[in-house]
Design a protein around this ligand. Structure first.
Ligand code: ATP
Ligand code: MG
Length: 449
């Protein structure tokens, strides 16, 4: 008995850094998802879904051993059933690249794909930084020129526009190719060694493993040091320069504002040439909402045919937060129609009418009994009010006797109005009313064709 009590008292909560997305926020998430899906579609990107769990080796190779993610952020575990070494995906590109190779998706030419879903990183939770977070990303596989890089960037800008988000600025850079980075790296190490007393512990550790990543430091004490470091951009030659100039030319021609940030890097061996980030000042220190870049050598390094590729990933929590700040309406309405009923016959008829109304494409919430019982007319009408429905359809003994429903408009421009409508006409009546309201005052309704 006492043990039983103890168990009841222990509350189980969500894992630290992993969030519930509650119904109150769902409309904003849906608005984001619908908008990004339609923008991706309008550029010809096709959806790909890969598993959330992959071999740990995949991420180690695709992301690189000397990175925040692989060094300290991965949720890796041994599958106790068969000893497989597995990891909850920390990002989406690795899985997509594996799938592209495994299914030979580029056998008949380049492909544009996109993905969305949860990612997992064991980071210190703070605003805009979680242990489970959602990304949507695009990968353009098999495309070599700067045109596709520009397209990905323009796709993002269209998304910000469609979402009504302002003040997201674009930073771009080129990190050249392996040979150029090698020459830069040598000079960078020399420079940092000459200033060794200014390096923090992390930088010292990275000095020989991944010095490029030091440029990415957020340590305020090291900002002067990294600002004056040799710039990778100055080491670019030939094709790398042509590619970067080509990208800038397309962006300029399309009026896309950007700044070249020579410190913008992806510290991974397989990344090359274009890198870009979309950044806002409205989210505190976690202001990057989208990061992208080219990774031409990656697919070959995985045993595939040499295949250039470029992509981006955006953090959905940060973008939804921005939508909130921009005052995007988070319309909580559940439905177009709320069905109120009293009595057994009315209840049975309510089911039939609700199905018919749904057949016509409207969203209907049928009042169902709670633990306290079905509730009075009055309490059901309160629920109808709270649901945000445009109409309540009301059935009681009188209505059943006359084979009509009372249809009450809940948020019409003329205030509340009630009509008595024969059962067989209820669907037409509602559809006409709702389309009419939509045409007259563009009030939000669920009705969609
Ligand atoms: P940072 O330097 O801030 O850690 P990152 O380089 O790890 O960023 P990416 O791997 O490029 O980030 O991820 C792309 C985008 O995904 C980020 O710009 C951000 O919007 C989002 N993101 C990354 N990590 C998190 C996280 N832990 N929580 C929420 N969103 C995240
Ligand atoms: Mg990170």
């Amino acid at each position: 008995m006492s043990e039983n009590k103890k168990e009841k008292a222990t509350k189980i909560t969500a894992v630290k850094g992993m969030n519930d997305i509650l119904p109150a926020d769902a409309p904003l998430w849906e608005l984001f998802e619908n908008t990004v899906h339609s923008v991706l579609k309008s550029y010809g990107y096709q959806k790909i879904v890969t598993p959330i769990v992959e071999d740990t080796a995949l991420f180690k190779r695709a992301i690189g051993a000397v990175t925040d993610i692989v060094e300290k952020e991965m949720y890796s575990f041994k599958d106790a059933m068969n000893d497989d070494e597995l990891t909850l995906r920390p990002e989406g590109t690795a899985g997509v690249v594996r799938a592209v190779i495994e299914h030979n998706l580029v056998y008949d030419g380049p492909r544009r794909v996109w993905y969305a879903g949860p990612m997992f990183r064991h980071e210190r939770p703070q605003r805009g930084r979680y242990r489970q977070f959602f990304q949507v990303g695009a990968e353009a596989v098999g495309f070599a020129g700067p045109d596709i890089d520009a397209e990905l960037i323009m796709l993002c800008r269209r998304l910000w526009d469609d979402l009504g988000l302002e003040g997201i600025r674009l930073e771009i850079n080129s990190i050249g190719d392996a040979a150029e980075r090698q020459r830069h790296r040598a000079d960078l190490i020399t420079y940092f060694e000459a200033n060794a007393e200014l390096l923090d512990e992390e930088a010292k550790r990275r000095l020989h493993a991944n010095p490029l990543r030091i440029l990415d430091t957020k340590n305020p004490a090291m900002q002067d040091l990294v600002n004056n470091a040799p710039k990778l951009l100055d080491y670019l030659e030939g094709e790398s320069v042509v590619h970067f100039e080509g990208l800038k030319r397309i962006l300029d021609h399309n009026n896309i504002q950007y700044t070249v940030n020579p410190r913008l890097v992806r510290g991974l061996d397989y990344y090359n040439r274009s890198v870009f980030e979309w950044v806002t000042d409205k989210l505190g220190s976690q202001g990057t909402v989208c990061a992208g870049g080219r990774y031409d050598p990656l697919i070959e390094s995985f045993g595939g045919k040499p295949t250039p590729a470029v992509g981006f990933a955006m953090g959905i929590e940060r973008l939804v937060e921005l939508m909130k700040e921009a005052g995007e309406p988070n319309d909580p309405s559940e439905c177009d129609v709320y069905m109120v009923h009293q009595g057994e016959e009315a209840r049975m008829q309510a089911f039939v009418l609700a199905e018919r109304i749904r057949d016509a494409g409207l969203d209907v919430v049928l009042h169902c009994a709670a633990a306290s019982g079905p509730g009075s007319f009055k309490s059901q009408m309160k629920k109808a009010d709270g649901s945000g429905a445009a109409f309540a359809v009301i059935l009681g003994d009188d209505e059943i006797a006359k084979r009509t429903a009372a249809v009450k408009s809940m948020r019409g421009a003329e205030g509340e109005q009630q009509a008595s409508v024969p059962f067989d006409d209820v669907v037409d009546y509602l559809v006409n009313q709702i389309i009419g309201a939509h045409e007259h005052d563009h009030e939000h309704v669920h009705y969609h064709h």
